[in-house]
Each structure stands twice: as C-alpha cells, then as structure tokens.
Design a protein around this ligand. Sequence first.
Ligand SMILES: Nc1nc2c(c(=O)[nH]1)N[C@H]1C(S)=C(S)[C@@H](COP(=O)(O)OP(=O)(O)OC[C@H]3O[C@@H](n4cnc5c(=O)[nH]c(N)nc54)[C@H](O)[C@@H]3O)O[C@H]1N2
Ligand SMILES: Nc1nc2c(c(=O)[nH]1)N[C@H]1C(S)=C(S)[C@@H](COP(=O)(O)OP(=O)(O)OC[C@H]3O[C@@H](n4cnc5c(=O)[nH]c(N)nc54)[C@H](O)[C@@H]3O)O[C@H]1N2
Ligand code: SF4
Ligand SMILES: [Mo]
Length: 907
Amino acid sequence: MHQAKTTCPYCGVGCGVTATVDDAGTLSAVEGDREHPANFGRLCVKGSALHETLGEQGRLTRPRVDGVEVSWEAALSTIAERLNTLRAEHGNHSVAAYLSGQLLTEDYYVANKLFKGFLGTPHLDTNSRLCMASAVAGYKRAFGADAVPCNYEDLEDAELIVLVGSNLAWNHPVLYQRIKVAKERNPLMRVVVVDPRVTDSCEIADLYLGIKPGSDAVLFNGLLAQMAAKRKLDHIYLERHTQGLDEALSAAQQTAGSVAEVAAACEVDAERLETFYYWFASQLHVVTLYSQGVNQSSSGTDKCNAIINCHLAGGKIGLPGAGPFSITGQPNAMGGREVGGLANQLAAHMDYDTPGAQDLVSRFWATDNLEPSLPNGPGYKAVELFDAIERGEIKALWIMATNPAISLPDTARIRAALEKCPLVIVSECAADTDLLPYADIVLPASGWSEKDGTVTNSERRISRQRGMLPPPGEAKHDWQIICELAKRLGFNEAFDYAHPHEIFDEHARLSGFENSGVTQRLFDISGLVGLGLDGYDALAPIQWPVTAAAPHGTARLFEDGEFATLDGRARLLPITPRGPEKALSEAYPLRLNTGRIRDQWHTMTRTARAPRLMNHRAEPFMEVHPEDAAQAGVNDQALGVLTAATGEYRARVRVSNAQRRGEVFVPIHWTDRFTGNARSSALIERITDPVSGQPEAKHGAVALAPLATAWQATLLVADAAIASLPAMPDWCESDYWARIPMRGCQRWQLADCATVSDWFAPLAEWLPAPASLWSEDAATGRLRAAGVENGRLTWWLMVGPPNELPGLAWLEARFNETAISDTHRRRLLAGCDDGAVDSGPVVCSCHQVGQTAIVDAILQGDTSVEALGARLACGTQCGSCIPELKSLLEEERPHARAKQIPASEVV
Ligand SMILES: Nc1nc2c(c(=O)[nH]1)N[C@H]1C(S)=C(S)[C@@H](COP(=O)(O)OP(=O)(O)OC[C@H]3O[C@@H](n4cnc5c(=O)[nH]c(N)nc54)[C@H](O)[C@@H]3O)O[C@H]1N2
Ligand SMILES: Nc1nc2c(c(=O)[nH]1)N[C@H]1C(S)=C(S)[C@@H](COP(=O)(O)OP(=O)(O)OC[C@H]3O[C@@H](n4cnc5c(=O)[nH]c(N)nc54)[C@H](O)[C@@H]3O)O[C@H]1N2
Ligand code: SF4
Ligand SMILES: [Mo]
C-alpha cells in the first residue's frame, strides 16, 4: 500500500487529494490533503467519490480508425497521412483543434505548439470559450493581462462577499465551506447573493437579490453611480492607478438612473438594493466573486468590466480581502489560458496583437525559418470554428477532452457540422459518449490517477496531478499522443520529450523569455525553470508569478497599484448595459436558464460511474415556478417538454418556488447516453458576446408543455446480464426514458403514449430471462414482473407511477443477492405498502441518507442540522447537503418561520 498526493480533476477550486493505492494496485481511497492550501483536508462529495469512478470498464483501450480497432502505429500514421493530404489540398488553415480546460498544462502546451507553431494554423480553441472567455476579456481590458488578482484567503479576510451568478455551494463546495467557516468566525462578515434563482448558496446570504436575468450590468452601473453620489469613490487611488473614470461614470449615470430606477430595471426590491449599495460602498474589504451567471451572456465581458469598475473606483483591489474574483470552472481552465489555448492567444499570455510576440515565440520555438510560419492573426473562436466546418472551410478537427456535441449551443447544428467534417479525431477516456459516433479516428487517452502534469486553480496556484495507476489497455497520455504524431509529421526535435517535466520546463522558460519591455507579461514562472524530474515530482502548490524576485510565488496581484498595461494604469470602461440578445416571444415566452447540479460533473462520463452520485438528482429535470406550471398544465414530478427554436427537451418537472415567475432552469449534464432527449444546449442558440465569443448559455427562450403519456414504467436490469445482451432495442425510443446507473444494475424510467403491450413485446425478447414472476392488474394497468435465473434476480419491471416504487435501495440490494428468498420474491411483486418503503431522493450523498428518513427524524423532534447529523450522519462529511437539510427543517417543522430567502429578515 502507498499514498500519493495529487489534485482533484473536477472544479477550479483545485483541492489537494491524498490517494491510497493498495497492494493489489487499486486506488482504494481518497481523502483531502491536509497540507494543500486550497482545501486544507476538505473534499466535496464529488472529490470524495473519486476512487469510485475508476476502473477499466467503460474506458477506451484501443485506437480506432473508421470504426475498426487498429494499432497506435496505424492510427498515428493514418492521422499524419490524412492531415498532410488535407493541408496540401486546402492549406494549413483547413486544420483545427478544439481543446479543454480538463487537459493538463503539459498536454495543452504541446497541442498549442504543434497547431499554431508547426502546422501554422491559428484555429485552435478550447471549451474555456464557453466558460471563462468573458472573464479573460474583462480582465485584459481592465488590467492589461488575464490575471486573477485575488486568492482564497481573501475570501476569508473579506468583510463583504458578493456572489454574482455563482452557485458556489454546489459548484465550488470547498470554497463555499471555507467562507461559511470564516463567516462563523467573523460575525461582521456579510454575504450577498445575486442570482435569479434562490440557490443553496443563499444559505449563507445576509441579502439576496433575485435579479431579472441579464440585468447585472445595470446593477453594477447603478452601484458605480451611487458610489459617486455618496462620495464613496477613492479619488486618490483612481488618480494614481487608473484611467477612464469619467467616461465609465458618465455611462453608468446615464444608463442606470436612480436606485429606484435600477431596482425596477433589475426587478428587485429598492430597499434591498440600497442596502447592497450601502454595504459595498462603505466597505473596503469587498470581494465580488463571479461566474457563469455573468460570463455566459452576449454582454458577459461588459458585465465583468461593470463589476471591475466598481472595485477600481473604490480602491477595493490589491488588498487582503478585496478584489474582483472570477472563479474558474474547470480544473485547468487557468493553465489553458496560461499556455495560450484560446484562438485569440498565441502562447504564454501573449496575444497576436502583443507587439513583438510573433517574433519572440517563433524564435523560441525555432519555427522562424520554417514553412509554414506562425499564423499572423487570431483563429476562429469555438462557435465560429463550427460555422467554418459547416461552410466546408475547416476540413480536419482534433477534439481533446471535451464534448462539443453536448456543450456547444445548438447541438443539432454542431452534430450536423461534425457529420460533415471530412476528418474528426477525438482523444477521449470514456468508451461511450455522444461525440464518439462522429469521430473518424478515436484515440484512447489516460485519465486522472494515470497521468502526470500540472494544473492551475482559480487562485493562480499551480499543483501537480500525479499518475499512480497504469492507463487501461493501450491508452496513452495526451501529451504523448500529440508528440508522437508531431514526430510523424517530421517535427522530431521540437517534440522530443521523454516526460512531462521537460514540457513544463520549456513552458516555464517561455514564460520568462524576453519578458520585458513591450513583451513584458505578468505570467512569469521562470522561477520554476530547471526543476528536473525530482524537483517537478516534489513540486508543492505555488501561485504564479514565480520569479527570481518572487521565488515562493505571489499570493496577490496589483498590491502596488501597478497594472499590466503599458502605462501601468488600470482601465475603467464605459458600459452600456444590454439585455439578453435572445428575445422572448409569444411562441417561446419563458426565459431558459441552464446550469449545474451538486453531484454531477458536466457530461457525467466520470461522476455517473459512482452510483451514489446519481441519487441526489437521478433524472433530467426542469425547475418551474408554480404559476408557470399551473398555466402550462404540468404537475410536480410529471413529465414536461420544453421547446425552443433549435430543439426540444423532455424531463421531469420540479415545481419550485426558488424559480422566478417566467423562468425555467435545466441542468446541463444529461446526454443521449443517459436519456432520450434532454440536452440543455439543444435549446440554446449560437448567440455570442462580440468581444469574448462566449455563448449566451444562460438566456434561452422556451415554451413549456406537459408530456402526455399513457403509462410510466421502471425497469431494472442486472449489470452482469446487460453485459451479455445485444444492443438496446427500440424501446429506448419510448417517448421518455432515463437510465440511472445503480450498484450492480441499471435503472430505466420510461414513459410512452402507445399501449404498454406494444412496447413490452420487443422488450420481452431483449430481456435476459423470461418473466418468472408476474402480477398484473388489468383494471388499473399496473404490472409487476421479474426475471430470476439461477436464483439471481436479472430484471425487474413495474408499470405504474414512480411514486409506487418500493424502496430503490431495497431493490438494488436484491440485485446484489446470490439467491432470492421466497419472501423477497413476494415483495418484488407487491406494492410499496409491503414494508419496503422508498427512502426518497438521497439528500446526503456521502452517507446516502434519503429524504424520507430525514423528514421522519424531523417529525420525531430533531430541530437542527446537528441533531439530524447525530441521528443519521447526514451532513457530517462534506457538508454540501446542509442547505438542503436546513430547508427540510424549515419545511417540515410546523410553525417554523418561512425562511426560504434568508435575506428577508435581515433587511
Ligand atoms: N457540481 C459541479 N460543480 C462544477 C461543475 C459541474 O459540472 N458540477 N462545473 C465546473 C465548471 S466548468 C464551471 S464553469 C463552474 C460554474 O459554476 P457556476 O457559475 O456557479 O455554475 P452555473 O450553475 O452554471 O451558474 C451559476 C448561476 O448563475 C445563475 N444565473 C443565470 N442567469 C443569471 C444572470 O443573468 N445573472 C446572475 N447574476 N446570475 C445568473 C444561475 O441561476 C446559476 O445559479 O462550476 C464548476 N463546478
Ligand atoms: N447550456 C449550457 N452549455 C454549457 C454550459 C452551461 O452552463 N450551459 N457550460 C459550459 C462550460 S462552463 C463548460 S466548462 C463546458 C463543459 O463541457 P464539456 O467540456 O463538453 O464536458 P465534459 O464532460 O467535461 O467533457 C470532457 C470530456 O473529456 C473526457 N476526458 C476526461 N479527462 C480526459 C483526459 O485527461 N484526456 C482526454 N483526452 N479526455 C478526457 C471526458 O470523459 C469527457 O468526455 O460546457 C459548456 N456548455
Ligand atoms: S471542491 Fe472542486 S476541487 Fe475540491 S473536491 Fe470538490 S470538485 Fe474537487
Ligand atoms: Mo466551465
């Protein structure tokens, strides 16, 4: 047995993980690394389930060309041949790459070097375009560099934290926990949440502003105008360190108006708004933490600058506990920005328009005497890239570690473009994704726990991910795949790396190369040059810049008021707020909001492998305000359909007061692997921010209707039986289906308009065993049946509403039994009143505590989260479910004060 320190591969908090590998070579446990400065030992529920998501099953293990498994040799030479042919016929710019913030810095660096440096194409972009592009553009416009000024300690030192468009409790849970603890220690600390939805992050809010979607720039312009009106501008700071106040302020004054006018435009209570403005203006130690509710907008960059303006105007930056803090999403979104992975970047924080950058980079890469030379201008941003494929201009696309068939807007159109593209290469870990059917060449990549490299988290901290396990089958590391191809294309010397530490070393050298004068840049890690293998292996987490002057890294930027612009001054920008570009209409009257859930990561290729992470939200859903539900005639827990101009979305309805009237929220996670038709991006049009190119994923327009079905069913099939079955029959195409991985079996929730018998006949043929148990009630149409083979349960079916399910945990246990007893056989056919009651949706994923048990405990007298924890253990590990436990306590305790919006009693 041995232990190794690595970094969590999920969110941008970048928690340190201590992993245990047992003697059999299995990564058997993970815990938070107590010494890692991002988390000091904490992990959220996703991080603490990492070891449950590993294993060879479901992984890609061999390369494939045109659907046929081939050797690496054959795959790589085919790629080289096809790329060369396309480049010869259509030019270097016909070749493109689409990367991901989930690659390691070393993977990213060599991909960028190959495409921009050696293939001479500017068309290399990344999924960070969908995520951080507006934040990057906002920082660059204000500071002259893409530089996050703050760090996590600032969140603990702040007197006021403003969460704007961030559901931190679910999406950056460890940071949320840190704030929560800091708030308990410092009763004067205040938290404001700005979000159209009441989220779990409101648990710690002193003030909640449920603003009209897309109105953030009005809110912050109003703040700037109010700061001026109340004489709260820091004129000394503004004069010494900034430019542009007058223009920014007059734009703010002209567009925002009075507090009452802003309140009306944002649809919030004027008194609450005034309180927010007062708190912000009167505190120096303010951190505004913003995320996708700000970035994913057709005016996302402007919104970022509207926020930054207020910080500059009040001198609330470059100090402990102060600054505009863009919290990053992916584990290495920052690393990708550092190597130049966006199509408008060249390398190492140099853009095409950085004077002298072209020359500098080509000399460094020794491409100055090569043909083709470095591209001389930016390439296509993600959405444009797929447009260019559609037009037939881009002929070859290499996609690594992202799934555009799910995550880019207007997925139908993206899929059509992929279909049309003559050469699609996909490097991927998972064997079954929505993207793979579009790939001509599939390359098996190693994943977390197998690969070595570095990632940079939200506070600029570079940490090591360490490989502990061998990759499955023939899978290779992404950097290896790229370098081996590069060598086949004739670029031997430039891609001759034996280990990622050599790539990191080159990246560090480039960051410091001629880093002065007009090519001076903030991103400088030259202090990490020459680590060697041992130094790289021992690298402790460190925040850039790391230079001779700052060998231990830099905790906070701009402390001296010196910015990365040529004159050293930060810029305030005049912002004219614009609402969502996608207008609502009679046909599509509801505002569509899309986002994340607590226990899943993106397209679920990893988190769905841990069955306990499926229990919090098992099926795709839509959250709808009660009045909208009533108007559309949809009921809670029934099925609904959302329609947009670009597509449709079918899912379970959750009627919720957390939604504003006229708005619907859907999760982004479900793919065609898990459900029939619930891709959030199918409902989003390809509208982007003109500066950053980031899609407006938060503001779609949809219509809601019930999904009329004649029957609903629940089917469970043992994993062992599925493995030996032919491909799924057409029943998958029932009007609604969702697959939910469980321990030892798969569950399907199904519904259709046709008669059950029409549907059941082909299913019966597919099922692993004939029905050995059967109970039917012709009058009600209820049916229960099961297949038992050699004493083991192989499948179980119930036709009837899901609320009649016996306990799912109980059912799951039957699939893991070697011999089904007679009692259990009877119970499998009986109704849920036969003792096996459903424990309800799982609230606490760490300890698998269901809602029913929690409600029972409350009814038995538990009045606090602590009491529930003592009785049931819920909420005692990662703490992510505490907001939900609190709302259950509020809901279930008779006479409890209604306290769904925590701010209500503060203001
Ligand atoms: N559990 C989990 N955690 C994750 C991820 C995951 O997949 N699962 N993904 C990671 C990634 S890549 C990212 S980018 C981050 C994203 O982290 P977040 O940005 O926190 O995530 P979202 O849920 O997309 O959106 C945040 C909030 O923006 C709100 N919002 C929508 N429109 C507006 C608006 O007009 N104004 C304001 N102020 N708010 C609005 C939404 O209601 C939502 O609550 O999460 C990271 N963490
Ligand atoms: N409607 C809507 N759309 C959105 C968003 C939204 O809020 N709403 N959010 C956007 C944002 S912020 C983001 S970040 C994106 C995320 O969207 P994607 O990037 O498309 O989603 P992932 O599931 O993270 O895709 C990563 C893929 O890489 C694979 N993989 C994992 N590790 C490795 C590796 O080491 N190497 C290789 N080669 N492959 C690997 C995984 O199995 C998975 O298939 O979605 C964006 N799209
Ligand atoms: S907070 Fe983010 S980085 Fe930390 S354990 Fe959870 S998912 Fe991983
Ligand atoms: Mo993201």
